[in-house]
Every structure is written in structure tokens, then in C-alpha cells.
Design a binder for this molecule. Structure first.
Ligand SMILES: C[S@@+](CC[C@H](N)C(=O)[O-])C[C@H]1O[C@@H](n2cnc3c(N)ncnc32)[C@H](O)[C@@H]1O
Length: 518
């Protein structure tokens, strides 16, 4: 607590005054200024006094509309909701709750009316509310009784079955009241094997944000490695209770430590894959609360970091028949060729650079803008090399290495051949070569210099090969730190994809930025 503007004899008095302000609906920023406390302080106080991390106290909700206006199901792998959604009882009051557009999309895509949806990290009940609104049965629970109290309030609204027809499903829809209770996601023993049609859940992101003051079993108190171990229990139980051939959607984001990204999203995907799931889709969910101007812009350039502006929504599938462990074709080495023509621009212009982890460019100059951002930001104006994996025909196995100008600050590996429907053996070969190139080039990069790898997810035999994740799994060199995971995507292109398509259109790529330790 610093710069206290209004003084109190005891901290208790100060806290009482803050809670009164909250009940009156005073915004946190005003409370902070008036009482000289930080946002974190207010958050902790609320969590302690209410047993729950909420932003408003004592504000009653009125349901104005039951449905989102002009709702269209997502068709690509980049989901972006500018407004979080405030239909029915949804609001942003429970900190860290997810936008109702997410469960709505997942439920409509991967379940049918009357089927059973499970959310084992219920929070304020967003998924449960959506299930009620679209005629699905729902079992939802949370470790925190106060969250369940809130979700009971949020699901307590009336809706008639006739109103459900508004969602455009043809079959007869019934309203089902969700079953809400206090329980631990690591133990689903009260659920039978193969009994759930869809899992749709949003765990804590390790200990980034605490959800309770401290409650036994609250996963938001576990540090990353411990958190992942606990989540392995959740994943194993999820696999057991889900029906074969059905989906499990989990929202998760990355975090930062010492200016480097910790790929919590990919680590959690590993955990679910290890439990036996396959990856049906890997959706990128954009975040819109990032500051991209003024102070943030200046700092992002000065300290060379990007603001985290995306989360991952892996949609796993339990295979219909159990798969033998890791059946993979072997990679074949086709050698590398070395022509070069492109002329690198070495001028380092830092204005107009991207400042978050999501780069959106018009399709026609995506390549150019991407180059500019990578080179200007990471080459320090002192030279770089690019190496490009290309193929000239569909599913061709030949890779070409284009090695342009030797530079010590940045090695940029590009992989355009991945857009050409590669096979399993192409992909295995590509991963092997990428690792080889990285090891070979590392001594050529100066300390504090960068290795940038452009890559993308590909769909093979109906499942996603998450190549950014696989590269991160593979490149584990001691003096090479993962600095950023950037997502690049062309500007809106909705109309191209047919609404009935079985799969989402993969519309994003990645840039993995590694830094050589100083
Ligand atoms: C990201 S929030 C979920 C928010 C929810 N999707 C919503 O929209 O309100 C994560 C939730 O997980 C709960 N949680 C933490 N550990 C848990 C556990 N072991 N079992 C069940 N719930 C847990 C927290 O109390 C918190 O409500």
C-alpha cells in the first residue's frame, strides 16, 4: 500500500471503506486513486471477504435478452469476440471467466440437443447458462462453494422451450436445469466411464490468478510444473468419462517469466495428448484487453517484448477405438539445396511494429509485413540469414534451404511447404531438419541474437499436427530460450468457409522467437 490519500487509523477501517465503495459500484481505478491501494490489493481483499474473486458487489442482474445478437458460428481457427457477451445473466463480474461465445460455439458444434455437457471448472457458471439456453443437459462443478453459489444465481432465470428454437436447431428442444455442485475436477469417480457427450472447461492458468483466498485443492495455487501434474489427473479422468469419438475443449493461455514466454498452453496440450486424446482442432482465441498504444507501445519496443494477446482452445477427441501408442511413419532424408536470391533490407525501422502476440495483416502483403516485423525487431539492423523449406508440388518431399546473407543477429527459418498438404513423413522430416538446422546455426548467432521460426499447424487424416508445439517440444537447447510465441493471421476472411464444414479452416500460423542466452 503506498500513497495513501485518505488515511485510516487501522487497516480494517480502510478495508471496510473500500468494501463500501465496491458495494456502491465505484470503479477499481477510482478506489485505487482515492485510497492509494493497488488493483491487486483490492482483488485480494474481495477474494478474502467474499470467498470469491468478483469485480462487483451487490449489483443485481436483469435479463434483457436471452441470446446474442447476430450470432454466427465460428468457421476458422481464429476466434475473436470484441464484446465479451452480456446476454442472459452473463457478465464479467467473476474474474477470469470466459466469454460465453466460447462455450456457445463449442456446445453448438460438438453436441446435440438433449446431450450431456460437463464443465469441471464451472466458476460463475458460463457454460451451464449456455447449456440451459441451447437445450443441453449440464453437470458443472467447482472446488469453490462460493463460485457454485454464484453460478446457481446465474442459472436461475426462466426460459421457455419455445424460445430455444431461436438458436436455429430444427429438432424439438427442451430446457434442462444444470446440475451444479462443489467438487474437485481431479476426481470424477461419481461419473461412469463413457457417459459424457462433451467436456467444455476453463482451468486456472496455474497460479497466475488466484480464485479463492486459499482452498484445499484449488489448482490456482499450484506453480506450473505441479499444476501440470494435477491437470494430468483431470485429463485422465476426462478421457475415462467421455464417450468415444466425442470432444473435450479446454481454454488455456501462456504466461511470462523474466521477459520470456512459458508455453503453458502447449504444455497442457501435451498433458491431454498423453492421456490418450487426439487433437481435432487448435483454435486461437484473441484477447482484446491489450494495450497497444502510448506507454505500452514504447515499452514493448524499448524492452523488446510483446504483450500476450492470445489463448489456446485445443479441442481434443477421444478416439473411437483406442490407438496403439505413437504410430508414426519414419522420416526420409532428401538432402538440402542452397540457392538464394532475395535481397534483405537491413534498415531497422521500429515505428509501425506490432506490439502484441497476434499479428493481423492483409492477406496480400502478409509475407512482407511479417518479414518487416521479424527483421526490424530482431535483427538489430545488423544482418540476418533466412532458411526456407519449400516444395513445388502438392505433398512433395523435397526441401530447399535458401540461405541468404550471413548475419549474426537473426536466423529466420521459414516453412512455406507446410501449406502444401504435407504427409506424416514430410512433417517428421521437417521437424528433424529444423532441429538440425537450429543446432548447426546456433554457434553462428551472437549472444542475445535470435532464431525465428515460422511454422503452422497442419491437418493430417482428420487430426491436427500442432507443429509449433512440436518444435517447442523438440528444441530444448540449454542456451536457447523461447522468447515469444506469435500468432499471425490474415485480416477477416469469414465468408470463404462454408458453414457446414466438418472442420475449422486453419487460418493462423506461428512465429516462434528464440533468444540465444547472453
Ligand atoms: C478460469 S476459472 C473458470 C471460469 C468459468 N469458465 C466461468 O466462465 O466463470 C477456473 C475455476 O476453476 C476452479 N478450480 C480450481 N481448482 C479446481 C479443482 N481442483 N476442481 C474444480 N474447480 C477448480 C476455480 O475455483 C475457478 O472457478
Amino acid at each position: 500500500m503506498s500513497n495513501q490519500k485518505v488515511s485510516f487509523k487501522t487497516e480494517k477501517e480502510l478495508q471496510r471503506a473500500i468494501l463500501q465503495e465496491k458495494t456502491r459500484g465505484t470503479p477499481d481505478i477510482e478506489i485505487g486513486q482515492k485510497y492509494g491501494v493497488t488493483f491487486r490489493y483490492i482483488e485480494r481483499l474481495i477474494t478474502k471477504s467474499q470467498g470469491i474473486n468478483i469485480s462487483f458487489l451487490g449489483v443485481s442482474k436483469k435479463v434483457k435478452t436471452l441470446y446474442p445478437k447476430d450470432f454466427k458460428e465460428e468457421q476458422t481457427t481464429v476466434w475473436s469476440f470484441k464484446q465479451r457477451g452480456n446476454w442472459a445473466t452473463h457478465s464479467g463480474e467473476y474474474r477470469g471467466n470466459w466469454s460465453p461465445y466460447i462455450p456457445r460455439n463449442v456446445i453448438l458444434k460438438y453436441s446435440k440437443p438433449g446431450e450431456l455437457v460437463l464443465d469441471y471448472f464451472c466458476g460463475a457458471g458460463t457454460t451451464a447458462v449456455e447449456c440451459k439456453l441451447v437445450g443441453r443437459k449440464c453437470i458443472a462443478f467447482d472446488i469453490n462453494d462460493k463460485a457454485i453459489e454464484l453460478s446457481k444465481k446465474n442459472t436461475n432465470f426462466s426460459v421457455e422451450s419455445q424460445q430455444l428454437t431461436l438458436i436455429g436447431e430444427k429438432s424439438h428442444l427442451k430446457v434442462y436445469e444444470p446440475k451444479l455442485s462443489v467438487s474437485d475436477a481431479r476426481d470424477l469417480s461419481f461419473l461412469q466411464d463413457n457417459s459424457i457427450d462433451l467436456i467444455c472447461a476453463h482451468p486456472p492458468y496455474a497460479n497466475i490468478l488466484h480464485y479463492t483466498d486459499y482452498r484445499e485443492g484449488d489448482l490456482s495455487f499450484f506453480d506450473i510444473e505441479e499444476f501440470l501434474k494435477e491437470m494430468a489427473k483431470v485429463a485422465k479422468e476426462s478421457f475415462r468419462v467421455l464417450k468415444p469419438g466425442r470432444q473435450c475443449a479446454i481454454l488455456i493461455g501462456d504466461t511470462r517469466r523474466k521477459k520470456h514466454v512459458i508455453p503453458l498452453g502447449f504444455k497442457l496440450i501435451n498433458v491431454y495428448l498423453d492421456a490418450g486424446f487426439k487433437l481435432r482442432e487448435l483454435v486461437i482465441k484473441r484477447q482484446h484487453n491489450c494495450k497497444t498504444t502510448g506507454f505500452w507501445y514504447a515499452n514493448s519496443i524499448k524492452y523488446n517484448f510483446l504483450l500476450l494477446a492470445h489463448e489456446y482452445l485445443p479441442i481434443f477427441e477421444k478416439p473411437k477405438t483406442p490407438l496403439p501408442l505413437s504410430v508414426r511413419e519414419r522420416g526420409i532424408d532428401y538432402g538440402l539445396v542452397v540457392p538464394t536470391l532475395e535481397k534483405p533490407s537491413l534498415k531497422r525501422k521500429l515505428d509501425g511494429l506490432e506490439t502484441t502476440t497476434v499479428w493481423i495483416f492483409p492477406e496480400k502483403d502478409l509475407g512482407k509485413r511479417l518479414n518487416k516485423n521479424v527483421i526490424d525487431r530482431y535483427s538489430n539492423g545488423r544482418g540476418y540469414s533466412t532458411i526456407t523449406f519449400v516444395s513445388h508440388f502438392k505433398n512433395e518431399m523435397k526441401f530447399t534451404e535458401r540461405n541468404i546473407q550471413k548475419g549474426k543477429e537473426l536466423i529466420f527459418i521459414k516453412s512455406p511447404f507446410l501449406s502444401n498438404n504435407p504427409s506424416h513423413s514430410n512433417v517428421e522430416h521437417y521437424l528433424k531438419k529444423t532441429k538440425e538446422i537450429a543446432s548447426r546455426e546456433l554457434p553462428n548467432i551472437s549472444k542475445g541474437g535470435f532464431l525465428a521460426i515460422q511454422t503452422q499447424d497442419v491437418r493430417i487424416d482428420g487430426y491436427i499436427e500442432p507443429l509449433a508445439k512440436r518444435i517447442i517440444n523438440t528444441l530444448t537447447m540449454e542456451n536457447l530460450w523461447l522468447k515469444e510465441i506469435v500468432v499471425t493471421t490474415p485480416k477477416e476472411q469469414e465468408s470463404e468457409t462454408e458453414a457446414s464444414s466438418e472442420y475449422l479452416k486453419i487460418s493462423h500460423q506461428y512465429l516462434l522467437i528464440y533468444e540465444k542466452a547472453k
